[in-house]
Ligand binder design. Structure first.
Ligand SMILES: [Zn+2]
Length: 549
């Protein structure tokens, strides 16, 4: 184990000092292959590619056909498909949230005041007289010496948690939690995961529009339907009994009922050494659950390595999209997902083809078309929980999600910022290609935590998530900004995200050229990139590499 650690350190040093400056040779990506993929997958015949619908077999057949045609081998123990079983849990017959203690008797309404759901597969959820404990931001970050749960036993209790992380309000990115830049600890999904690890009976996040970056209406609507999860062997019993959100004004009333001031408590929670505060109040909440199961599929192909086939480099892109959706003004009710993410699948195919043409690398290269990204990264979560190729032997990878059909650019941004040794690989490659690194925009939105690479990253695998910059070869930043704005406003998750023959493929071609060189550099190298020592995923990587699993 010690030797392994030293070897990993030596590799990290080589990357950091630029000793590993050799990057892969350039390629000419197959535009005809990519055009056919987007045109086909985003056609109305594919109905917007909703998982576990009649559209799914068409998508799977298409991707398998192309994987086979470009020369990949089946990647799942001789087959092409990995089953992804999921569970949808829909709550109903909500009791209302009743609060007692300190002489209080308060009742809050489901929907307008709070939302709640079960991550456990149980027919009925009932929580009676569960004490409420304010745990600040609900963060346990050993690498930063920060633990909001220090000294409290959460069993049987409900954690009341602030959204975002302790220095979200900063304008710079200098804080312990990277200032205004979102960290994993700021994401709502993390809050529920950590509360479960602490053994809490429940977790309620206090909504606040600025740090959440969306209004209560978004929370209410996204929690009104069933919540979908990867099926687990323990049927979710290691999760809390209830997870949910309370509206900000409701939280203020709760704190007032406890004789506390929410704003003052939230201020105190931003500082190191904050101690969790029992509110002296208890919650009562009940609801019934309807449970529905379904199975979708990841498609996996492999180009086995020449000398180290047990070590793998991953390339991933989600094939799913939203399917039938709210019709637009023209009556078009299919969300085709041409950019999001037929382009990523197209790039995946072009990368597979280019690598087969070059010939196998030293290490294996695994190409994964993932399902259920739009339902909460479930295809990648399932893969990460059940890796066909062990994560300890996964060198790193590239995830591709929504490659804009705007032109080639002079610059690329690394989503998430400089988190790992992959930064060194990127910088050498960009320099070789005459490209420039640019800053990610809207770092407060936490884009790194919102697509499939994150499922791998949080289990330690360093993953690239790159976005082409706005400084376009033709039209400069004005054209790049306009194209990005047009996509976000007029196409993103709408029926108008459609293929057009007028697409400019120069940008996507540039993306694939870059991704090829990044992946190939890892696949022909012998380094084991790791996260930087204070990074949120470093401990997971070290544990994974040491485990050998
Ligand atoms: Zn996407």
């Amino acid at each position: 184990m010690i030797r392994k650690t030293l070897a990993a350190l030596a590799c990290a040093t080589m990357l950091a000092t630029g000793a590993h400056a050799q990057t892969a040779a350039p390629i000419q990506p197959d535009v005809a292959l990519m055009r056919d993929a987007v045109k086909t997958l985003a056609s109305d015949a594919f109905e917007g590619r909703a998982p576990a619908t009649a559209a799914e077999p068409k998508v799977l057949d298409y991707i398998i056909g192309k994987f086979r045609a470009v020369g990949l081998q089946p990647g799942v123990h001789g087959g092409w498909l990995q089953d992804v079983p999921t569970v949808a849990i829909a709550g109903h017959d909500h009791s209302g949230l009743h609060i007692t203690g300190k002489g209080q008797d308060l009742t809050f309404a489901y929907g307008s005041d709070y939302v709640v759901g079960s991550y456990r597969e149980v027919a009925q959820t009932t929580l009676a007289n569960a004490p409420l404990v304010f745990v600040g931001f609900g963060v346990n970050a050993p690498e930063l010496g920060w633990n909001d749960y220090a000294g409290v036993d959460m069993h049987g209790k409900i954690a009341v948690i602030l959204i975002n992380d302790p220095d979200y309000w900063m304008t710079s990115e200098d804080g312990l939690f990277k200032g205004r830049r979102m960290t994993y600890y700021g994401r709502w999904t993390y809050k529920f995961e950590e509360a479960a690890r602490q053994g809490a009976a429940g977790a309620l996040i206090v909504h606040d529009t600025f740090p959440a970056a969306y209004g209560w209406n978004v929370v209410q609507s996204s929690w009104s339907g069933p919540q979908r999860f990867v099926a687990s062997d323990d049927h979710g019993m290691s999760q809390t009994q209830i997870n949910g959100w309370v509206q900000h004004g409701v939280a203020a009333k709760l704190f007032a009922a406890a004789g506390l001031d929410l704003d003052a408590q939230a201020e105190a929670a931003r500082h190191k050494g904050f101690h969790a505060v029992p509110l002296g109040l208890s919650a009562n909440v009940a609801f019934a659950n309807t449970i529905t199961r379904s199975v979708s599929h990841n498609v996996i192909g492999v180009l086995p390595g020449r000398t180290h086939p047990e070590d793998v480099v991953l390339y991933s892109a989600h094939w799913d999209h939203l399917g039938h959706c709210t019709p637009d003004a023209k009556g078009d009710g299919i969300c085709n997902g041409a950019v999001d993410n037929a382009t990523g699948v197209a790039a995946l195919l072009a990368l597979a083809e280019a690598n087969v043409k070059t010939g196998p690398a030293a290490r294996s290269q695994v190409f994964v078309a993932l399902t259920l990204e739009e339902s909460g990264l479930l295809g990648s979560e399932y893969y990460a929980q059940h890796p066909v190729y062990p994560l300890s032997h996964t060198v790193g990878g590239v995830n591709m999600d929504a490659l804009p059909p705007s032109g080639a650019a002079h610059d690329y941004a690394m989503t998430g910022g400089d988190k790992s040794d992959l930064t060194g690989v990127l910088r050498s490659t960009l320099a070789d290609m005459g490209l420039r690194e640019t800053a990610e925009d809207h770092t407060e939105r936490g884009h790194y935590y919102r697509s499939d690479h994150f499922s791998m990253a949080k289990r330690g695998v360093p993953m690239f998530d790159l976005s082409r910059g706005h400084d376009l070869l033709i039209g400069g930043t004005a054209a790049g900004d306009a194209a990005a704005e047009d996509y976000v406003t007029h196409r993103y998750h709408q029926p108008s995200d459609e293929y057009s023959d007028s697409w400019d493929w120069s940008g996507i071609t540039e993306d694939v050229g870059l991704f090829y060189r990044l992946g190939r550099t890892l696949a022909d190298g012998n380094t084991w990139p790791n996260w930087h020592p204070t990074d949120e995923f470093r401990a997971a990587r070290d544990a994974s590499r040491a485990s050998g699993q």
